[in-house]
Design a binder for this molecule. Structure first.
Ligand code: GAL
Length: 957
């Protein structure tokens, strides 16, 4: 064996996909062929450049005793407490000069070494392959001193034949991993750059006469109810499906009556592919995907995708996910009514696709390809339009399709993301169409749809989506014939996304609109000792995109954010609408395949938010699309004169694989009578004495008109007009946005530093009136604000009248009062809950009686911002006070001021002060999704207009 002392590193920048690896094939776990996981602790040495070290470490007998260790699968930058470098986050900018295919000389290179023995019963016949499921971005591999080859394509499997080289004991596996390579130009996805062997490494025994590759074709004819199965296999063999009495040779089609696979009814048949040497378990789902009548249809029915984009993410392990984490994602998706996932922007760990088959999710499997950074130079030199790169692109396409082709859940192959347009993409699409005509091809970057079977866009605004739905969008002839999906929409960064319900309404209204995929599933926050969760810039990156990497429906620890709760409600599979006048509900099955037999329905009647009676409701097992009116029982007789409402819920009738019996799938709520508003005669008159004014239970400062106490409750800061909120990511908006970005304009105008000028304090016969003008420095606009206090001796009413002065060209962030309480913890309210809501994120807000604490009212957005408002609040109790609204109001309470919230960059910057700050808002501006999409729709604007609203205060102590 000989070793070069100055290793050549040409392969790193070579545009070829690599050399030495076996052709791609289906990924499966054999029933009987042995395998050996090589996951675990590996010896590790980091060098600063690709060629810093020679290859002698790959030699048998090399002493790596003084090397560090890393865990495989893993990313070295997330291990070693910073000793191995740190992650870099950029959205689309390459963190190195755009000089394709060259990469920086500073190219962190991790040498990995693992010595292993074969189990004593490892078979001596046949061969063996060594499989890498994911290595970022380029690896060179040696076994027992022999070089096997090198490869790129980080999120794709690569196998090497190693049978000849294996020894019973002391096998030395050496892997050199370079962070940067020509492959990095193809992997410019919006995520952390994280080098390492981040997926499994496995040694697979390959029995003589074993299965090599196979392709399951299982279609369904919805007109006959029959499925046709044909399994093609390189190695021949027989296909057995006991439940269907199938025992047939590979390559032979067989047609039998079956239950089809859909995401709603994920029926899988267990089968076996048996050759003389091996048995491979099959999980067969019969379904047919076609483009017909301008629609994507599965088993004859058009599908409405209620999807999400999923990156692989774990806050400590990065993209090295274990099976339980993958399952958690799938369970959370199912429990929140999602039916589809786009594997943005690379094929996921294959086990995730098994879970999608099993639990039922439609999948867009996306290739590991993005060249977004070339947009900075008008796409010059884009690899997807340069024939030299085409072999690498085709290699990626083939590695995706061959690996994943046996998953019934996959309905689309996606060429990649944000890679512009070019011949290489066309070549990929042609290859895929040819290899798998039974699925459709997706790619968003080509709006002319030259290579694709669906017109796909990202972040199209509502009005454009509507036009597309109406087929008024024009475009190429081919495009006009295609259905439309939004492969990304509703950017879930920070508080939001707003406007989901408005999108869903369009998707449901126009056939051509087949739904969308919210961006994105999870915040990619990196767990951090001081910062809680780190985002871009927290590791001192010279280029970064801040918290744009935290834009998920679940927080980094997978706690659902309010955005996910909202999405669940917006896409619920059953629509329940009240018809108070008729004492009935209209129930509509919004599923595409399943009837309602899996659901049980329950009605309940609330008085002042408390359930007084409930029972079950018989709803027919409506077929998809069907709707029925169902009578509610007679409203319960109840002496109380409170506010009455009906709530109807659809629950799982039985345990399922993804949620227990009783899990709430959908609900509807409607009023059964008007709310009695709080009112009382103003009987008390303000009395001034010793610099204090007393009015009923309250004391005021006679000079300033400030409220000091109500009953025994000290008020730390008097209720004053407040218009400021800590701008959300969506308020700030992305720099390229065309809608107005109010976050910035608000600050420019000075809404975060409003001054309150006291005009007068007037103690009248039945009211204390405090007149003020609220305005920012340097501006002429202002809000003329009058606080009118009245009392009946026990209760205290505050009526706030606001009249804008001057030319207000921006909406207000909020309009209400803020005050401080020295003490408050437990909170109870009657109104919308349990979670936060804003004007365009309030669909999931359910009216009821809710309890929480000030701390639990906070929504832990990774970058602190406005959060935690509760909608439609009739009354709230906290800190010894009861506050009733006339009309209903938005309630927020926190242990820091809005200004502190605004200044914080991480949650750890927020410290509880000695005051609980309470906002009672008459209005809030919408949220929108302008961190990447549209701002709030006009109907959710909080315009600066004259307003009047009241609160009634009393004490609970
Ligand atoms: C899209 C892109 C995603 C992500 C998103 C914004 O343009 O495809 O990867 O960057 O915008 O978060």
């Amino acid at each position: 064996m000989s070793f070069r002392t100055t290793p050549s590193v040409d392969y790193v920048e070579d545009v070829s996909p690599g050399s030495g690896a076996l052709p791609p094939r289906a990924w499966y776990a054999s029933s009987d062929a042995r395998s050996l996981s090589l996951n675990g602790s590996w010896r590790f040495r980091l060098s600063a450049t690709a060629g810093a070290e020679d290859d002698s470490f790959a030699e048998e007998g090399y002493d790596a005793g003084n090397w560090a260790e890393v865990t495989v699968p893993g990313h070295w930058v997330l291990q070693g407490d910073g000793a191995f470098g740190s992650p870099i986050y950029t959205n689309h900018l390459y963190p190195f000069p755009v000089d394709p295919p060259h990469v920086p000389t500073e190219n962190p290179t991790g040498d990995h070494l693992r010595v292993f023995d074969l189990p004593s019963d490892w078979p001596s016949d046949g061969g063996a392959v060594l499989r890498f499921d994911g290595v970022e971005s380029c690896a060179r591999v040696w076994l027992n001193g022999t070089e096997l080859g090198e490869f790129k394509g980080s999120r794709l499997a690569h196998e090497f034949a190693v049978g000849e080289l294996l020894k019973p004991g002391g096998n030395v596996l050496a892997v050199r991993v370079h962070q940067w390579s020509s492959g990095s130009y193809l992997e410019d996805q919006d995520q952390w750059w994280l080098p390492g062997i981040f997926r499994d490494v496995t040694l697979l025994h390959r029995p003589a006469a074993g299965v090599a590759d196979f392709f399951v074709h299982a279609s369904y004819d919805h007109t006959t109810g029959e499925g046709t199965l044909r399994v093609d296999s390189d190695a021949g063999g027989r296909v057995l499906v006991p439940a269907l009495d199938i025992d047939v040779a590979t390559g032979e089609p067989v047609t039998v009556t079956v239950e089809p696979w859909t995401a709603e009814t994920p029926k899988l048949y267990d089968g076996v592919l048996a050759t003389d040497g091996e048995r491979v378990p099959l999980r067969i789902g019969f379904r047919t995907v076609v483009l017909e009548d301008g629609l994507v249809k599965v088993n004859g029915a058009a599908v409405l995708f209620k999807g999400v984009n999923r990156h692989e993410w774990h806050p400590e392990r990065g993209r090295a996910l274990d099976l339980e984490t993958m399952r958690e994602d799938v369970l959370l998706m199912k429990r929140h009514n999602l039916n589809a996932v786009r594997t943005s922007h690379y094929p996921p760990h294959p086990a995730f696709l098994d879970l999608c088959d099993e639990y039922g999710l439609w999948v867009i499997d996306e290739c590991d390809l993005e060249t977004h950074g070339f947009t900075e130079q008008d796409w010059r030199d884009n690899p997807v339009d340069d024939d030299r790169w085409t072999p690498a692109l085709l290699d990626r396409a083939a590695r995706m399709v061959e690996r994943d082709k046996n998953h019934p859940s996959i309905v689309f192959w996606s060429l990649g993301n944000e890679a512009g347009t070019g011949r290489g993409l066309t070549a990929m699409a042609e290859w895929i169409h040819d290899r798998d005509p039974e699925r459709l091809v997706h790619y968003e970057g080509d709006w002319n749809c030259r290579d694709t079977d669906v017109y796909s866009r990202m972040y199209a605004f509502h009005d454009e989506v509507e036009k597309i739905g109406q087929q008024l969008d024009g475009g190429t002839h081919k495009r006009r014939e295609l259905p439309f999906i939004q492969c990304e929409y509703a950017h879930a960064m920070g508080n939001g996304p707003g406007g989901l319900a408005d999108y869903q309404e369009l998707f449901e209204k126009y056939d051509r609109l087949q739904g969308g995929f919210v961006w994105e599933w999870i915040d990619h926050g990196v767990k951090h000792a001081e910062l809680g969760y780190a985002y871009g810039g927290d590791f001192g990156e010279e280029l970064h995109d801040g918290n744009f990497v935290c834009d998920g429906l679940v927080f980094p620890d997978r706690t659902p954010s309010p955005g996910l709760i909202e999405y669940k409600k917006v896409i619920e599979p059953v629509h329940i609408e009240g018809d108070g006048a008729n004492g009935a509900v209209r129930v509509t099955n919004k599923q595409d395949f399943a009837d309602l037999s899996a659901l049980a329905f329950e009605w309940s009647c609330q008085v002042d938010g408390e359930t007084v009676e409930s029972g079950s409701l018989a709803v027919p097992a409506l077929a998809p699309g069907e709707s029925a009116e169902v009578k509610l029982p007679e409203p319960p007789v109840d002496g109380r004169g409170g506010e009455r409402q009906w709530t109807v819920r659809a629950l799982l009738a039985d345990d399922t694989s993804w949620a227990p019996k009783g899990h709430v799938v959908a609900w509807g709520q409607f009023a059964a009578g008007a709310r009695p508003l709080p009112s009382f005669p103003a009987t008390d008159r303000p009395v001034a004495e010793d610099g204090r004014i007393t009015l009923g239970p309250a004391g005021f400062d006679a000079r300033t008109g400030a409220l000091l106490s109500i009953g025994g409750v000290e008020v730390g800061a008097t209720p004053r007009l407040d218009v400021w909120r800590a701008p959300t990511d969506n308020d700030d908006g992305a720099e390229w946005q065309t809608d107005t970005r109010y976050g910035m304009l608000w600050r420019t105008l000075g809404l975060h530093r409003m001054r309150h000028r006291l005009v007068s304090v007037e103690a009248g016969d039945d009211a204390l009136t405090v007149r003020t003008r609220v305005a920012p420095a340097a501006r002429e606009v202002g809000l003329d604000t009058v606080y009118r206090w009245t009392s009946d001796g026990e209760r205290l009413r505050l009526t706030v009248s606001v009249t804008p002065e001057g030319d207000w060209t921006v909406p207000l962030p909020r309009l209400g009062v803020r005050f401080g309480l020295p003490e408050a913890d437990r909170v109870e309210w009657f109104g919308g809950g349990p979670g936060e809501a804003y004007p365009d994120t309030r669909t999931a807000s359910m009216v009821g009686r809710w309890q929480s604490t000030v701390d639990r009212l906070q929504t832990p957005y990774v970058r602190p911002q406005e959060n935690g408002a509760r909608a439609d609040v009739r009354w709230v109790e906290l800190g010894g006070l009861r506050i009733e609204g006339d009309p209903e109001f938005w309630f927020t309470a926190r242990r820091w001021t809005t200004e502190q919230l605004d200044a914080a960059r991480h949650r750890t910057d927020l410290a509880a002060g000695d005051t609980v700050w309470v906002n009672l808002d008459h209005g809030l501006h919408g949220i929108g999704s302008q961190s990447c999409g549209p701002g709030p729709l006009p109907q959710y604007f909080l315009k600066a207009e004259p307003a009047e609203f009241s609160f009634v205060f009393s004490t609970t102590r």
